[in-house]
Design a protein around this ligand. Structure first.
Ligand code: GLC
Length: 649
């Protein structure tokens, strides 16, 4: 949009700006012109009260230009290509895996040698968890960054990463890396300067001389790690000041009410964009703005910061997109795509934490009432926005679905959540699950769940007892969950190790730095001899791997699985079944009905439930995963136990 005030300001800024000679800057200027009104308005809203507002805005534009100057020709070409094909990340061809480089391969150099494994499975998007330099011990699995521009020596070098990126680009694989935007390690250069008393850097954080303001903040702030890091402030002995530390006491929260912090972060985001990263996962975005009297999560300004970050990134590196890591209430998560817009204007991708938690509910209850209700309640997504659908990740499972949905599903929220924690920690009599309670808050009674997918699905217990039918059920549960993240709509993100049924690993208990954080139980170091069993017929690894591989291959052929807001839920009379319809106008398999049975017995449903929606008109149905033809008997469709069908109509 053209508007005089911002336009004349931009002219002032550009007059002082020395454009590097001999380069084609046309695209930079068109994008800056298109986004500057929004950039100026947001910056003004956030920082307009400051005397140095104009100077700060000038610095921001300068960062965008400097980073554009650094952007390699092949990345600029990719930007143009993605501008033309702007739905590129919504296609069903993408299937992701999240992994720790060290746990998966050892380091970045050996990661390159493992790319064939990923390709064998069909993975073409890889999220490598935090790689940056961090303290040896207190690092929260890399989420306490000491240097945002340096690769941690345990992972290798920047050259190793560059070689990996080049190899991935050659194979048409996308790379996702984290930018930990909310906090730094207390050993980051900014924190070290703040500790030395440098006011400029103390202003990068929230530091207070006494408990007055910290007490006021804490009165309304929930604790993120109530067991291992209670409270939200830590006394820094060097300065005698209280520093805001929402996560662990060594993770200092950055203060985004200071524009210098925002500008530093834009520079870091673009630094990684210029390394050739396709997707940036912005960590803990719900926490970006703190306000006394609020929970300090999901504040409006946190959204404005993200919009500004997006607008800035679009000027310099529009081919790069963002994932919002916001594990918050269902109605809040969706806002990280942006509100009051048609296209996503904050992050293009968000973790579908609601769907993930609902799937685990269905596994425990063997019923789909809450799953159906919870999905029904999910607000419609914006265009050019998609979910990351996942079953497990490196974090705990939070039971984040709404109380309203639980009540409507016929349960009491407190006792239902308690049941789920009991179920997954194996305390419930009929449960084979072997997980651990995480983040138990004695004051509120809240708890989350840690544990590897296979152990939560009951495989570990079943193997211990050599109970063949329980082994079958656990394996079928693992496949059922993967089936649904492939078909629901969005990018499926498999967690490393899950495709071969990796179990819990309690070796973290020997490590003093990890023993208090049981999320490490599901952050394995893969044993490649065990991984090799995926090629040995009859092994658990081979049976799981081959089925997941097949799911991936078939997903990629089903055009209806592209995520174009093309899903309709089908409510069935049978409480064990969950069903939805996916459709597109054209393409191979443009109409597919997914029906999943979470019960341990076969379940039937009258065909009429589908026919009244204009589906299943023919006498024969084709199940796309197995290629099987299904002729429903006496007008009923029967789904085997713990199975999901992809039915083409
Ligand atoms: C995110 C990460 C989690 C980490 C936290 C603090 O939620 O996924 O692992 O502990 O941020 O950085």
């Amino acid at each position: 949009m053209y508007e005089q005030i911002s336009h004349s300001l931009l002219n002032d800024i550009l007059t002082q700006f020395k454009q590097p000679k001999g380069e084609d800057w046309q695209h930079f200027y068109t994008r800056l012109g298109a986004n500057f009104y929004a950039i100026h308005s947001l910056f003004q809203h956030l920082y307009g009260q400051r005397a140095d507002f104009k100077e700060q805005l000038g610095k921001l534009v300068n960062v965008l230009a400097q980073q554009y100057a650094q952007r390699a020709p092949h990345l600029r070409a990719k930007d143009l290509e993605r501008e033309k094909n702007h739905d590129w990340f919504m296609q069903q061809k993408w299937v992701g895996m999240a992994l720790y480089c060290q746990g998966f391969a050892g380091n970045l150099a050996s990661m390159r040698e493992r790319l064939p494994y990923l390709q064998e499975l069909g993975i073409n998007l890889v999220h490598i968890m935090p790689l940056c330099d961090c303290p040896e011990l207190q690092n929260d699995g890399g989420y306490a960054v000491r240097d945002f521009r340096k690769v941690d020596a345990r992972n290798g070098t920047m050259e190793d990463l560059e070689q990996l990126i080049a190899a991935m680009q050659q194979s048409d694989m996308l790379l996702t890396l984290d930018v930990v935007v909310n906090h730094t390690s207390d050993e980051h250069e900014w924190a070290l300067k703040a500790k030395q008393g440098d006011q400029q850097y103390q202003d990068y954080y929230y530091m207070y001389p006494d408990r007055t303001l910290p007490d006021m903040f804490e009165a309304a702030m929930p604790e993120v790690f109530p067991e291992q890091a209670p409270g939200s402030f830590t006394l820094n002995p060097d300065t005698g000041k209280w520093v805001m530390t929402v996560f662990n006491h060594y993770q200092w929260d950055l203060n985004y009410s200071n524009p210098a912090v925002f500008i530093e972060m834009v520079d870091i985001v673009l630094f990684w964009a210029n390394k050739g990263v396709d997707i940036l996962r912005l960590d803990a975005v719900a926490f970006l703005w703190k306000k006394i009297g609020s929970s300090c999560q999901n504040e409006r300004e946190a959204h404005l910061i993200l919009q500004l970050l997006k607008d800035c990134c679009q000027v310099t590196a529009p081919g790069v997109i963002f994932i919002a890591e916001a594990i918050v209430a269902p109605t809040e998560i969706i806002k990280y795509f942006g509100e009051d817009a048609i296209n996503a204007k904050e992050c293009e991708i968000a973790y579908n934490a609601t769907f993930m938690a609902l799937l685990w509910d269905a596994v425990a209850t063997k019923q789909t009432v809450l799953l159906t209700k919870g999905v029904e309640d999910l607000p419609e997504k914006l265009d050019r926005a998609t979910w990351l659908n996942y079953v497990r990740c490196h974090d705990d499972i939070g039971l984040g679905f709404s109380d309203k949905a639980i009540i409507e599903a016929g349960f009491d929220p407190v006792s239902h959540r308690r049941f789920l924690v009991d179920y997954y920690t194996g305390r419930y009599p009929e449960s084979n699950a072997r997980g651990f309670a995480f983040g138990v808050n004695k004051k509120t009674g809240d708890a989350r769940i840690s544990g590897a997918l296979a152990s939560l699905a009951g495989l570990e217990t079943a193997l211990d007892y050599q109970d063949q039918s329980a082994i079958e059920n656990a394996m079928m549960t693992i496949i059922l969950l993967h089936n649904l993240i492939m078909s629901f709509g969005g990018i499926p993100l498999i967690y490393y190790g899950d495709a071969v049924g990796t179990l819990n690993n309690d070796s973290y208990l020997q490590d003093e730095n990890k023993m208090h954080d049981n999320r490490w139980v599901h952050r394995p170091t893969l044993d490649w001899e065990v991984m090799a069993l995926r090629n040995q017929p009859g092994t658990i690894q081979q049976r799981l791997f081959s089925q997941i591989k097949q799911l991936i291959a078939i997903r990629k052929e089903i055009s209806a699985f592209a995520d174009l807001n093309n899903r309709e839920l089908i409510t069935l009379e049978n409480p064990h079944l969950f069903a939805f319809h996916r459709f597109v106008q054209t393409g191979m398999h443009s109409k597919v009905v997914v029906v999943a049975n979470f019960d341990t017995s076969p379940q039937s449903v009258p065909l009429q439930s589908f026919r009244q929606k204009g589906l299943f008109k023919g006498a024969v149905l084709t199940e796309l995963y197995s290629g099987q033809q299904i002729i429903p008997e006496s007008d009923f469709l029967t789904i085997p136990k713990l199975t999901a069908y992809w039915l083409s109509t």
